[in-house]
Write a protein that binds this ligand. Structure first.
Ligand code: PLP
Length: 422
């Protein structure tokens, strides 16, 4: 309560903005994930790894726009690419040059991509991949993991008694339950069009699929003619070719979003030639896939600049290692203080939970009390570190060693101050 009162007093302009916003947006919000109680700070400006809110506080940005902010804010190479592209006009109603290059770069990097198509979001990409799998197989159902998030209309959280955001009939599996899932696939093989999985569940708590589990899915999908789809919207950052390349398991299709558009609105789906060829409009049996902004000029230019000039394979490996080190340091800090801090995730996605029981399934994260999440989150904001209420962090290339050291010191200080209540 005291922390919350201090927060309210320190953020009068954000509070007023929230009140004004609530008059024309439900709860003052247009992105559910950006709300937290008592109200979120509103951001006025961002540069590299720094965010400044409308009350003038500065934060080191460890949220990294839920992975879309991989390049840091306003990276000069990307800003230049956008500025140059904008000079030539932003909507043509025709094909452009940069889409060719972005498609080429992605097909070169991601092992599962023979062919790729662009969309405007990760949500749309998953919808398109699922539609493709259903049309290709003539089957109706999709298998998803309990607690998975694949987009605004593809949300498989617990406790949703009426799935307004689950448009296809689903069979729910438990991530890393090799035998149980194998049996479920066998029992439902004749109706399963696709298996959709994030190789590391991001929003659901930073839970990595084991290599054995993914290998079982690969084998079962092939055996039963089911399309295996990896949602790499978040995990495509884990190497130059995503987690699929790092783990050496190639799905039939992959979906993308977030940083690959250089920070602009982005999505893509792609995969094997046999699945994607039907989107060739010259084919007599072509499937349609329109979308006014699919090849939008600014995204294509920003994406090309980012992949070709900034996020090199070496940069990808470095960022992965930075995340591994940070997670280890945070866990060590918790151990040192004897508090139930648990940092999960893979590579540059780090999720902090306040519980000593394992986080093996997304619903396990509910064992962290909401008050514990709120206390940590508000304290980190007050110490100048911007993370998500749920403890989610995604590193950007703009963060420095001293930013990492500062975050660890802030967590250390927090653990020391609140040890008795954690
Ligand atoms: N898939 C995963 C794994 C995601 O984390 C997200 C967004 O957070 C999406 C899909 C949806 O992407 P978008 O927000 O671009 O629609």
């Amino acid at each position: 309560r005291e922390t919350e009162e201090r927060y309210i007093a320190a953020n009068p302009l954000s509070r007023a903005r929230q009140d004004a916003a609530a008059r024309s947006m439900p709860g003052g919000n247009t992105r559910s994930v950006l709300y937290y109680s008592p109200f979120p700070v509103a951001i006025a400006q961002a540069q590299a790894q720094t965010l400044i809110d409308i009350d003038g506080h500065r934060y080191v940005d460890f949220l990294g726009e839920y992975t879309a902010g991989l390049y840091g804010h306003s990276h000069p190479v990307i800003m230049e690419a956008i500025a140059q592209a904008a000079k030539g006009g932003i909507v043509f109603g025709g094909p452009n040059r940069d889409e060719v290059e972005l498609a080429r770069l992605m097909c070169e990097r991601f092992p599962s991509l023979d062919l790729v198509r662009f969309t405007n979001s990760g949500t749309e990409s998953n919808l398109m991949a699922l539609v493709t799998a259903r049309a290709h197989t003539g089957r109706s159902h999709i298998m998803v993991m309990e607690g998975a998030y694949h987009g605004g209309v593809l949300t498989y959280f617990y406790g949703a008694d009426f799935p307004i955001n689950a448009p296809f009939p689903v069979v729910m599996a438990k991530i890393n339950d090799v035998e149980g899932t194998r049996a479920l696939i066998g029992d439902n093989a004749d109706k399963l069009a696709a298996i959709l999985i994030e190789p590391m569940i991001g929003s659901g708590g930073g839970i990595a699929a084991t290599r054995d589990y993914l290998a079982m899915l690969r084998e079962a999908a092939t055996r039963h003619g089911i399309v295996l789809i990896f949602d790499e919207v978040m995990t495509s950052r884990m190497s130059s070719g995503g987690l699929q390349k790092k783990l050496g398991i190639t799905p039939d299709m992959t979906t993308f979003g977030k940083y690959l558009g250089g920070g602009m609105t982005f999505g893509a789906f792609g995969g094997k030639h046999a699945l994607m060829r039907r989107y060739d409009p010259a084919q007599p049996d072509a499937w349609p896939h329109a979308g006014t902004f699919n090849n939008n000029v600014l995204t294509m230019a920003a994406g090309v600049a980012g992949l070709s000039k900034v996020f090199t394979p070496e940069a990808a490996d470095r960022l992965y290692d930075d995340g591994e080190r940070l997670r280890a340091r945070l866990n060590e800090t918790g151990r040192k203080h004897g508090v139930p801090l648990q940092a999960t995730g893979v590579g540059s996605i780090v999720v902090v939970h306040w519980q000593s029981t394992p986080v093996a399934q997304p619903h396990d994260t509910q064992k962290t009390p909401v008050e514990a999440r709120a206390l940590f989150h508000l304290n980190m904001l007050q110490r100048g570190y911007y993370i998500a209420r749920r403890g989610f962090m995604a590193l950007s290339l703009a963060l420095t060693q001293s930013d990492h050291d500062g975050l660890v010191a802030a967590v250390d200080d927090y653990c020391g101050a609140y040890r008795s209540v954690l």
